[in-house]
Ligand binder design. Sequence first.
Ligand code: SF4
Ligand code: SF4
Length: 472
Amino acid sequence: MELKERDLLEIDFNKTKSYGNKILLLNTSVSNPWAIINVSEKGIIEYLKKRVTFKEINDKFKNYERQSLKDFLTYLYDSGILKVSGNSKFGNKLSIDRSFTSVVIKVTKLCNLKCLYCYSPKEIGNEVSIMDYGTLRKIIVSFEDIQSNLPKFILHGGEPLLRFDYIEKIYKELNKGSLKNRIDFNIQSNGTIMPTKVLKFLKNNQPNVSFGFSMDGYPEINDKIRLEGKDIGPSSQILKNLKSLQKNKIFPGVLVVLSSKNLHHIEEIFDFFIEHGITSFSTLPFFPSGRGKQQTELSIKPQDYFVAMQKLFYKIYKHNLKNKKRAMERTISTLLRHILTPFRDYMCMRMPCGAGLNTLAFDCNGDVYPCDDFLGQDKFLLGNIRESNLHKILSNSKPQIAPLTERSFSSVGCKDCAWQGICGGGCPGTNLAFYNTLNHKDYFCEFKKKFINFLFELIANEKIDMSVLYAQ
Ligand code: SF4
Ligand code: SF4
């Protein structure tokens, strides 16, 4: 951008925070622009509040070299908090994709494990614990009628690989004609089942078929949480399967539920993952849902969560400084992306979240919900895909979806928070689990407040190179 004498300059921020001799100027709009200035530049910012032209500010701050002043104003413009003759770098609003990007499908409720906190709301093994072929087929083809790009279909359970033959059959049947290479399956498994036929299927259909599994730490921890119903834990089998996957150049993402059983060992868990070639993983704090409602002792405190994630942050940072293959944890990299870019592609960290807008969940019997956090809850049941079509179900879904889409920073008590555009205000599903209401301050608010502040402090003081935290 080339500044001209008559360009009108308008500064656009509503929050400030001090970090030593640096000041963070922040605009809490969706795209959350910010800039960090030196205390000595405060006078220029005050003057900019008057809406002045470049010529006026240049005349006022004669002691500044013209080019330095230009550079400073260009930095403010590039940061998105200075409008130049009505133009702003990011515009007023971010355009967020309103199509469905991921859909959870419970292909079975049956499972070979019995994890302490399983979120499955019903007892396993009952008569509606398997989704039939026609229902799965109908779900997939239904999306062709409502949008041009199909969402990612996340095949969940129970343990979805207990139904591998059915998954393979439907993929083969549908992956042709107009749907050729457009079906994207992500199988979310417990990692204990990996016969050769599954390996072959995963290998031959990458990247359209991806795989992820859950593991809550090294065997001594994981086997205490992810019980098999017997004395032997599942870890040795999971690690054997992981090796087979890696040998076939399949590198699964790993999901770690953080609970009181593993939170304090997060650094050792990271070392264990790296030792076993796991560089991409997501952490999710335990929340009391399904069987987990009876396991309140697994809950973690937001402050402890913050301390653990700080440790994990430094572990990842140090690892990435030394290694070509970078490590990445989803919560950390999403918060950083929200700070460093205007993109908000992760539906669980924006307001309103993606429930019913970017995601849906299908239960084994064909029942449709706005997100898998609401599975089995009658209040959020949108309809049944076996009895109706998706178009009709969605057209009649306003009463159930509105309480989710109408949530706002005000309704959840985040209106005055400086970090709202970065944090997104929390998950309504987690709110229901903790407080039995959609509109409540997020249980993990303290973690997010402290962690975002911690990241800004590092940025302001230029303590670390944030780009190292991004995966390659
Ligand atoms: S309800 Fe929670 S899990 Fe579901 S889309 Fe919203 S934030 Fe994400
Ligand atoms: S949950 Fe906490 S950190 Fe997040 S926007 Fe609300 S007040 Fe801010």
